[in-house]
Design a protein around this ligand. Sequence first.
Ligand code: NAD
Length: 400
Amino acid sequence: MSVVDFEELENIVEIPRNARLFLEKPEKEIKFHLHLVIDEETYICIDSYVVFHNTARGPAKGGIRVSPTVSLEETRILAELMTYKTALVKIPFGGGKSGICLNPKEYSPFVRSNIIKQFVRSIENQLISGAYIPAPDMGTSEREMAIIYGETGLVESVTGKPPRIGGLPGRREATGRGVSRIAKEAANRILNTELKGLRIAVQGFGNVGSWTCQFLSDWGARIVAVSDYSDGVYNESGLDIHSLRKHAESTGMVKGFDGNKITNEELLALDVDILIPAACEDVITEKNADNVRARMIIEGANAPTTKAAHAVLNEKGIPVIPDILANSGGVIASYVEWRRAKSGSITKSEETYRTVDDLITESFMDVKKMAEEKNTTYRNAALALALREVIESMRDRVWI
Ligand code: NAD
């Protein structure tokens, strides 16, 4: 199933039939198994996937997700989102993604390193040729990217590396930076108010959620609630994000931090100015969308809102800033890291922030204009702009 509703978008943008045929199915899918002998009695076989959705605009770019539930279908959807995300912010990458079906928490760092090394060996040609450029996603971090760099020996073959070994200062916090920047722009231009003092709830306190909370709190917003897999905390006066990050780093969870206890479902239904789902997909569904009382939703995670939930929110008049725009800061920074690796230049975190801020703000303005002109949702406007960019690139390549 495609993330794009072609029938609906045809009312906004011209979609030639052959372009649709190209985009409805991924260009390439690689399915393989990683085999690992852990000790004399334990042997594991791990389902793994790499999907290239569309590479008209450049090499397939997308993170590696390590999760016990990841499937080929989930990897496909995430790769497709990358095609439209990179096109919307106009960086020269196509859409790709990898999935490794494993619970990383069940294995030691040594075993996890061996799994990543096997993964690299299985798709070596794609990595060495630069056809696929991975990055971190759920269940992977700078550590795994460093291992990939070690195996390929090519600094530009992977992004999201530690800054000392070719990584980009500012990449770690770039997705949260972009989400925060979008929140600021959307507060000003959609809610017609200043960000300062706005009440915000964030689901997920990993890479995206924690940095989003940190930037927004530094800019004067009040983060009243945060949750993760362990449920959450609520404080009407605003949570001390710096201390919460320290707490989460040492305990691995939000639970136990000073404040009132709150469940994930309660957080999603809070009466706040902005709700930011930044954990995982399908958390706002047709079952709970009607309970949402936020004035606006900003999708920090990929696909946190189902199609049916979008319809309910639209009916309620709650604007949703879509994932392909809101969380594009990470891939923008990845592009800076990749470009720098190719040129050998030095970049400071301020430059990373500036590039994320500039590209994401430009795209936000384009999306807002399109939504107003076509009287459609921000999600449809963002997808239509991205589709147009991909279709034109396929024409440039004489694919269609
Ligand atoms: P992460 O693994 O660092 O953090 C995920 C957080 O969500 C953790 O706090 C976890 O406890 C929480 N969580 C997981 N499942 C949950 C559930 N069912 N209910 C409540 N909380 C839950 O992951 P991340 O890198 O922060 O990614 C979060 C989302 O953002 C994913 O959808 C990912 O694809 C997307 N994303 C990440 C980046 C990036 O640069 N890391 C870029 C773009 C999009």
